[in-house]
Write a protein that binds this ligand. Structure first.
Ligand code: SF4
Ligand code: ZN
Ligand code: ZN
Length: 324
């Protein structure tokens, strides 16, 4: 039986599944609810599907699932792909091989297995082969070139750029990503702290596309990482278990601190993150949107992709590495 890492509680009566009354396998602390394994799987799949279908308009046909090989994006893919395929969407999986030794090779295997299990076509972008650099190289040369950002921010720029480019080059009209409630909470708090309203208003379960940017869906917007891990355990899904060797370099970054803060808050107030995200979406984001000035886009003179700056952030990284 599994309880939340931050809500281990002594239980005197044998807990029972809320749905079928059999012996419970897991506790959902914010709902004070227990489920057996089977009904936890149903609860999870229903929740992810509801987030997707409630916020994503039915205008998209070709969906590209950006999958890293970790528990979150794989939980998203396994829980959603079957239902969306039944509904007639055309689906494919995108994996970016970031060239991180001791990590990317395992992540790639997990994604290849998932695509094969689900009968989906897989697009792999090899950063080193196709763009001449890897995240390992970027991490080792970071200080020399003074990018002024933590490695995970640079990695994020690379991934966002490639999701958009691969989707638009291959005719996909929606990119589906595995950002979790924990990620989005940390992004919201970081952007509030730095006053970055432009990025703050994009933190929602669905961001419409434009002439230059492919639409995004985040069906794990209301999912804690804890739930995603449980789902992969419940279904026996192979995920990459090795931690990315660059993640410790994040220590001290604002988003990492806010992620830790959320875990602390959840110990005392189970479900506070969920309440925060619901209120942020329903009340806060709308008022910010009305007051924010619109940002003008330009075309990157190197790669031709739309960007708020010229060259775009991706090409600036390549320029600094001498790879443009
Ligand atoms: Fe990229 Fe950072 Fe994630 Fe590693 S931990 S894959 S560097 S974002
Ligand atoms: Zn049950
Ligand atoms: Zn560019």
């Amino acid at each position: 039986m599994i309880t939340s890492p931050y809500h281990l509680q002594r239980c005197y009566a044998l807990p029972r599944c809320r749905v079928c009354g059999s012996k419970a396998w897991v506790k959902i602390p914010w709902g004070n609810t227990w489920f057996c394994r089977t009904h936890f799987i149903s609860y999870f799949e229903k929740k992810v599907y509801q987030t997707f279908s409630r916020y994503t308009p039915r205008i998209h046909k070709k969906l590209l699932f950006a999958v890293s090989g970790g528990k979150d994006s794989l939980a998203m893919l396994y829980s959603l792909a079957g239902k969306l395929a039944e509904e007639g969407y055309s689906l494919a999986v995108l994996f970016i091989d970031l060239g991180i030794k001791g990590y990317s090779e395992y992540a790639r295997k997990a994604v290849e297995k998932a695509a094969s299990d689900l009968g989906l076509s897989l697009i792999v972008v090899d950063l080193d082969k196709e763009h001449g650099f890897s995240i390992d190289e970027l991490a080792s040369r970071k200080s020399t070139f003074s990018f002024g950002k933590p490695i995970c921010s640079l990695c994020g720029i690379v991934k966002r750029y490639l999701y958009n480019k691969v989707a638009s080059d291959n005719g996909y009209d929606l990119v589906v990503t595995g950002h979790t409630l924990n990620d989005i909470y940390a992004f919201v708090m970081s952007n509030l702290t730095t006053g970055n309203l432009e990025d703050l208003v994009k933190l929602r379960p669905y961001v419409p596309g434009s002439a230059s940017f492919v639409a995004r869906a985040r069906p794990l917007f209301f999912n804690y990482e804890y739930e995603n891990r449980l789902y992969t355990l419940a279904r026996g899904i192979d995920v990459v278990l090795q931690p990315c060797p660059h993640s410790p370099l994040q220590t001290g970054s604002l988003t990492t601190s806010f992620k830790k803060q959320l875990l602390e808050l959840e110990k005392e107030h189970p479900g506070i993150g969920l309440m925060f995200m619901k209120n942020f979406l329903k009340k806060v984001i709308k008022s910010i949107e009305y007051s924010k000035p619109s940002q003008e886009l330009v075309r990157c003179s190197i790669c031709g992709m739309p960007s708020s700056s010229n060259p775009c952030s991706f090409c600036r990284i390549k320029l600094k590495l001498g790879k443009a």
